[in-house]
Design a protein around this ligand. Structure first.
Ligand SMILES: Nc1ncnc2c1ncn2[C@@H]1O[C@H](COP(=O)(O)OP(=O)(O)OP(=O)(O)O)[C@@H](O)[C@H]1O
Length: 779
């Protein structure tokens, strides 16, 4: 007899955490079970509470909990391992059922719920094996002994966390049946955490969503609808349910994984809300948003894997993965390589950061030898200052104002003539300009661009605009060729093509996937839009406007990228702990954020199931003292992590320091290297430079990265935000002032949410107002 044996996703995750020896025994058990599940040694028997669950013996201490998922036409049985437990944690009341919303098999483990909560709900757990402990482990207050408080005033009954929500609502939203009554009695978030720890994913999401203040309609739309099955669900058909459930078939490949013991590198199980986004067919551009660490990048990478597998064989690269920052492309490449594995498939994906892509287009279109040198915005500012001095207008205009006018209005809207500039809308620019002022601005900027031209240099913004124009012209040619072809009944266009050398003219890509979408310029979007034919699955866009650290605001709809009806939001963070999220969210309090279109985005329901220490906030009198404090924290963390990782002993890249500006980065590095004896690597646009253990960089450099432990230093008043550079806008240009504040908030938010387990924020003098202002309600 052979048995098909599968492993429930949650069981697999738990298994990885068990001791190596238990994993080996589990594999041996699986082998024997596949041979004959009813052999005596396995002691397969049904639990009393729920006849759907069977327990089988792995060794003296461990039990596998299984459910039978059917018998095929040849009579072979199919079983699913739903949990691996120490025998003392096996209770008769464990239950397995089919979820009426998602149609998936769900295992509910009440043994992790606190005793107090169980008691209030009238549930008592009975151990399945005689010498198991008598009740579920409890973290509730002791009822006897020195810590008991018999005489304490009875506390006023607290109101339930989910007050106002009905049993029927929880049922409709997909909460597993055995959890509903229990969830409605909870008054304490610690109890909710315990309940959720043993709950199926959909129940976790719904309960956390409601407890975080999402309305039932929001939960229905964002959580339940995303995983609702379209099948007719038969609550007794475990065979059909198995097909809808994320499981791993137990075979030799799994044995190797178990033996290697390396689960992180192996795969990330997508959460159902993530998986739906990956596998769907979209009839146009789609967008995924969500707070930091919710898996947007993971989803984007899985999306590429999904798309690449559907390509017809070939040698071209029809899929583009692009992102804003250069240093992230290396990281994305590494993660995609891990995920896709097969080099032939990987070769079909082009990975390039957005400026690199624009540069490629510009170079292709330039006459040979005439590519201009690209300069950064600071060089452009210097050139503009020189022009202003030459025309004697230094006092009349702020250089930054003019540069922004040029970037955002003239380049941003591809304004080509003076007349067009008079008619252009300057929405969001704050300061209005009269007609004579516009004429003056145009004249200066015209002289400025002529100067850049003469010096054979251009800014990245100019290059992006030029690239967009070339690509749009190319798309126009493709379109007119196709229109002509349709006109002549689809015949080959040999003569016409030969004349215009258009025979291989086609869109560059079939699919474009964008990460960090919030920072791309309008020109970038125009270029990308023109690079892919409008149609099914053309663009997949991941980003979070709360993390925008550059001043590029766009409205995708107006750039020909319509994501309406194809947008989704992820809200469960896999990176940061609840404690870190709570801290980071206070920084964003009171602001509103756009959705890359004309609507607003929100972080409502943004949450985590992970717990850790409360972030430490510490003030020092001087910067020198702050640096000494930093060195002490880093040494302590490094030694602790080196101890935890004693097998590898290598803590490189696990700890980082985020700093408000470049000068302070140099000072931190100098201090670490000369006074603290700590090795460092500096985060640059090309990734970490150096081989030292501690990564140090300015806050924007941390976009997209993650670290086990992170310190933010210099979070002082006047440094975050930098008042010396933004205060002048307060009266002159309040709109700009608000934008600068928002950018500074986002930078602090990005930095704080890179920390996985521990976060420390320090300052000297007074703290940043973002750390002390009262929390206002987020929208
Ligand atoms: N379903 C999942 N199961 C386990 N881990 C996950 C899952 N989804 C994401 N992660 C992990 O969470 C972390 C954050 O994921 P990712 O980088 O994709 O988030 P993000 O939304 O792009 O974050 P950010 O906006 O901060 O860049 C990563 O370590 C990733 O491996």
């Amino acid at each position: 007899m052979t048995v098909r044996l599968s492993l429930y996703q949650k069981a697999e995750q738990e298994l990885y955490k068990l001791d190596r020896s238990v994993k080996a025994k589990f594999y041996d058990f699986s082998h024997r079970f596949r041979e004959n599940p009813h052999s005596n040694g396995l002691q397969l028997k049904a639990l009393k509470g729920d006849s759907q669950i069977f327990s089988a013996r792995i060794d003296d201490s461990y039990r596998a909990l299984l459910t039978r998922t059917g018998t095929d036409e040849t009579g072979d049985e199919s079983w699913l391992v739903i949990a691996v437990r120490h025998r003392r944690d096996v209770y008769e009341q464990l239950s397995v059922a089919i979820n009426r919303v998602s149609g998936e098999i769900e295992f509910v483990d009440l043994s992790v719920v606190g005793e107090g909560a169980l008691r209030r709900a009238g549930i008592q757990l009975i151990p399945a094996e005689p010498d198991a402990t008598t009740t579920a482990e409890t973290e509730d207050a002791p009822t006897s002994g020195p810590d008991a408080q018999p005489d304490a005033e009875p506390a006023a009954p607290a109101s339930p966390l989910l007050a106002g929500h009905s049993r029927q609502l929880l049922r409709e939203l997909g909460v597993a049946e055995p959890l509903i009554d229990l969830a409605l009695t909870l008054t304490d978030t610690a109890d909710l955490d315990r309940l959720v720890a043993g709950a199926p994913l959909l129940s976790q999401d719904v309960l956390y969503g409601l407890a975080a203040g999402m309305s039932p309609d929001e939960v229905r739309a964002e959580i339940t609808a995303a995983v609702a099955s379209t099948d007719q669900i038969d609550l007794g058909d475990f065979g059909a349910a198995l097909a809808r459930t994320a499981v791993t078939t137990i075979d030799d490949a799994l044995q190797k994984v178990l033996e290697d013991g390396d689960f992180q590198a192996w795969k990330v199980f997508l959460h159902p809300t993530q998986a739906r986004l990956v596998d769907r067919d979209y009839n146009g551009p789609a967008r995924v948003s969500g707070g930091p660490g919710t898996g947007k990048t993971i989803v984007a990478l899985h999306r590429i894997h999904h798309l690449v597998r559907q390509l017809k064989p070939g040698r071209d690269k029809p899929i583009l993965l692009t992102t804003f920052t250069k240093n992230l492309t290396a990281d994305l490449r590494a993660r995609l390589t891990d995920l896709i594995g097969d080099p032939d498939l990987l070769a079909r994906v082009e990975i390039a950061h957005i400026d690199e892509l624009a540069y490629k287009v510009v170079s292709e279109n330039a006459l040979s030898g005439s590519v201009k040198r690209r300069v950064d915005d600071r060089t452009a500012l210097t050139e503009l200052r020189t022009v202003l001095a030459e025309v004697g207008q230094q006092g009349s205009w702020e250089t930054e104002f003019l540069i922004e006018e040029w970037e955002q209005v003239i380049l941003g809207q591809a304004v080509g003539t003076r007349t067009a500039y008079f008619q252009t809308r300057r929405a969001g620019r704050g300061r209005p300009l009269t007609r004579p002022e516009r004429a003056a601005v145009w004249k200066i900027l015209d002289q400025f661009t002529a100067r850049l031209d003469k010096k054979d240099i251009e800014t990245w913004g100019q290059a992006a605009e030029r690239a967009a124009r070339y690509e749009m012209e190319r798309a126009g040619r493709i379109q007119s060729r196709q229109a002509y072809k349709d006109q002549v009944g689809g015949r080959d266009l040999i003569h016409r093509d030969a004349e215009a050398s258009m025979s291989d003219l086609k869109h560059r890509y079939k699919h474009i996937v964008v990460d960090e979408a919030q920072d791309l310029r309008a020109a970038h979007w125009k270029m990308l839009r023109a690079m892919v034919a409008p149609g099914d699955n053309d663009m997949f866009i991941a980003g979070d406007t709360h993390q925008r650290v550059y001043d590029n605001h766009v409205s995708l709809g107006s750039l020909g990228i319509n994501v309406r009806g194809r947008s989704a939001r992820l809200s469960l963070s896999y990176r940061t702990t609840k404690e870190i999220l709570a801290r980071a969210l206070t920084v964003m309090s009171g602001e509103t954020y756009d959705d890359l279109d004309d609507g607003t985005d929100t972080l409502s329901g943004y949450r985590s199931v992970l717990h850790g220490p409360v972030p430490e906030l510490r003030g020092y009198a001087t910067w020198e003292e702050e640096l000494d404090g930093l060195a002490a924290t880093l040494r302590e963390w490094r030694d602790g992590l080196a101890h935890e990782n004693s097998a590898a002993g290598d803590v490189r890249g696990l700890i980082a320091v985020a700093v408000p500006d470049r000068d302070k980065v140099s000072q931190v590095i100098y201090h670490l290297a000369t006074k603290a004896g700590l090795g460092y690597a500096q985060l640059t646009s090309d990734g970490p430079r150096g081989d030292g253990e501690i990564h140090v960089g300015t806050m924007p450099r941390f976009k997209g990265l993650e670290y086990q432990r992170l310190v933010i230093v210099g979070a002082s008043n006047k440094l975050v935000p930098r008042t010396d550079s933004i205060d002048r806008y307060r009266a002159d240009d309040p709109a700009r002032y608000r934008r600068e504040l928002r950018k500074a908030r986002s930078m602090l938010f990005v930095a704080a949410t890179r920390a996985r387990d521990a976060l420390t924020i320090t300052w000297h003098g007074n703290p940043s107002p973002f750390l002390t202002e009262p929390v206002t309600k987020r929208n």
